[in-house]
Design a protein around this ligand. Sequence first.
Ligand code: KG4
Ligand code: ZN
Length: 365
Amino acid sequence: MSRTQTVLALESSCDDTAAAVLRRQADGSTDILASIVRGQDSLHAAFGGVVPEIAARAHAEVIDLCVEQALEQAATPLGEIDAIAVTAGPGLIGGVVSGVMCAKGLAMAIGKPLYGINHLAGHALTPRLTDDVSYPYLMLLVSGGHCQFLLVLGPDSFKRLGGTIDDAPGEAFDKVARLLALPQPSGPSVERAAQAGDPARFGLPRPLLDRPGCDLSFSGLKTAVLRAREALIAAQGGLYPQDQADLSAGFQAAVADVLAEKTRRAMTLYLEVSPARPALCVAGGVAANMTIRSVLETIAAEYDTAFVAPPLALCTDNAAMIGFAALERMARYPPDDMTLSARPRWPLDTTSPALTGSGKKGAKS
Ligand code: KG4
Ligand code: ZN
């Protein structure tokens, strides 16, 4: 690419409405000029999960505002934008449609190309944006909506080594926080409570460790926490702070153990392709958990592999990753056209069997 390219990107596949402006310089380096993320936590808090209809309406209401703010923060008028990028799936369809419609309108208005981007590709390519990691690398995507091991071979080439067959770990953290009556935000609450807890008290299960391969499961673990809680309530009439701490610690340790063992298996498969500079990368909100992060760091060290965790703002849902994925594609592939459609399901790796899990973001593949 011989000249600078400036991209305006939109993301609206779950409960964050986001817009970003990125510029790729002639030397190939990329700068994030603006990244705006408007969450919807307060709108969904009363319902114990993301309500798709509420999410869709909220995206439609604020997406143009996010675009305006991003352009203003980037000090870049719309006329200087070279391409529009948008998450075209997978995700909650109402939200994805809002983004795609807005992006089409913008692309048509300024007469510039449109790129429909896979949300998971956005997450998976982020280590190249933040740390210039070279292909191929191993990505563990762990959030409230996703959980999969990906071999990232190129901007449009992914091999899924395994994934959750039911819930995503972040969903399980959210559910456990509710079961234990811990405050929002739930993941950090469980992590905080776990600090004072005994992880061995309840002997919680480590699902799917007895099966070969890299698939994971978190639903049974969540149910085990529910059963332990019910037994405590039946025996003593309620939960004491020490019970909350011990259940949190036991749950977190079980998630960390499962992720650790499956990561080791994925690392073994990955190293079979013998990359020159191997890297274990992680993305998603659960990567904020220090216990999980340090377990993954230890495994990377065991395998003499770099550990790359992008800053949290780029690990969680954002539009900068969508703009970056578009920049990665622009040099190699033609743009989409006005027939681009929003896709609730969109597996990154169509050669692997479809994942059956479906959580707060809808389909996991
Ligand atoms: O990536 P993200 O912001 O959105 C999704 O794509 O889901 O991830 C949010 C998820 C939530 O389920 C939240 O409970 C979890 O990440 N999370 C954590 C922590 N911080 C956020 N889970 C465990 N420990 C944390 N410290
Ligand atoms: Zn995501």
